[in-house]
Design a protein around this ligand. Structure first.
Ligand SMILES: [Zn+2]
Ligand SMILES: [Zn+2]
Length: 220
C-alpha cells in the first residue's frame, strides 16, 4: 500500500527522481566519510594516527597520518586533514559535491513545499481540492484543474493527496461507508422533510378545527 500520493506528471517525477538520487548519493558519501573517518587505516593497513599540525602553512590543524611516519623507510603516503580545508582536490571535490547535493536537496524540498501549498494547474490557476467518489477511489482527496467542467478549457493537471486504497477489500469498505453516509444524509433529509410536513399537517389540522368550530358557532 502506498502511504504517499503519486506525483502528478513526469516533470515532478523527474524532480523527485533527481532528489532521491542526490539523497542516496549524499547518504553514500556521508556513510563512506563516516566509515572512512572511524576506521581510517593507512596504506600499511594500520590505524591512522591522530596528529595536530604545527606548521606555518597549517597551524593547529588536525590530521591523521601513517603511524610509521617517523620511520622514513616504512612510512606510507597516507595523510588526511581532519579540519578544513581538505587535503587535496580529490577530497575537495567530494566535499564540494556533498555540499552541492545538500543544497540541491534543500532547494527541491522547498520547491515541493511551495508546490504543494501554491499548487497551480497547467492553466496557471490554483488547483481545486476535491474528494473522489468513484468506486475505484472512494473518499480519496485530490487536487485538479479548476476548469475540469469545461472540456475545452481544462488541462491535464491531477494530483492525488491521499494514498490509494490497497485492494478491493478496502475499496469496498470505503464504498460502503460512503454509501452509508450518503444514505444517512438521505435519511436525515427525509426526517427533516417529515418533520416539516408534520408541522404543516398539524397547522392544517388546527386551522381546520378552528374553521369547523367557527362554522358550528355560526350555525348555533
Ligand atoms: Zn602507513
Ligand atoms: Zn487547469
Amino acid at each position: 500500500m502506498w502511504l504517499d500520493p503519486p506525483l502528478p506528471n513526469s516533470h515532478y517525477k523527474e524532480i523527485m527522481c533527481n532528489l532521491y538520487r542526490d539523497l542516496e548519493r549524499a547518504k553514500d558519501i556521508k556513510m563512506l566519510l563516516k566509515v572512512f573517518v572511524v576506521l581510517m587505516v593507512c596504506e600499511c593497513d594500520e590505524p591512522a594516527t591522530f596528529l595536530i599540525s604545527r606548521t606555518d602553512e597549517n597551524p593547529d590543524r588536525k590530521f591523521r597520518g601513517c603511524p610509521n611516519f617517523k620511520d622514513k623507510y616504512k612510512k606510507c603516503d597516507f595523510f588526511l586533514w581532519l579540519d578544513p580545508p581538505l587535503p587535496n582536490s580529490h577530497y575537495k571535490e567530494i566535499m564540494c559535491n556533498l555540499y552541492r547535493d545538500l543544497e540541491r536537496e534543500k532547494d527541491v524540498k522547498m520547491l515541493l513545499k511551495v508546490f504543494v501549498v501554491l499548487m497551480v494547474c497547467e492553466c496557471d490557476e490554483p488547483a481545486t481540492f476535491s474528494i473522489s467518489r468513484t468506486d475505484e477511489n472512494p473518499g480519496r482527496k485530490f487536487r485538479g484543474c479548476p476548469n475540469f467542467k469545461d472540456k475545452y478549457k481544462k488541462c491535464d493537471f491531477f494530483l492525488w493527496l491521499d494514498p490509494p486504497l490497497p485492494n478491493s477489500h478496502y475499496k469496498e469498505i470505503m464504498c460502503n461507508l460512503y454509501r452509508d453516509l450518503e444514505r444517512a444524509k438521505d435519511v436525515k433529509m427525509l426526517l427533516k422533510v417529515f418533520v416539516v410536513l408534520m408541522v404543516l399537517l398539524m397547522l392544517f389540522v388546527v386551522v381546520l378545527v378552528m374553521m369547523m368550530k367557527k362554522l358550528l358557532d355560526e350555525r348555533i
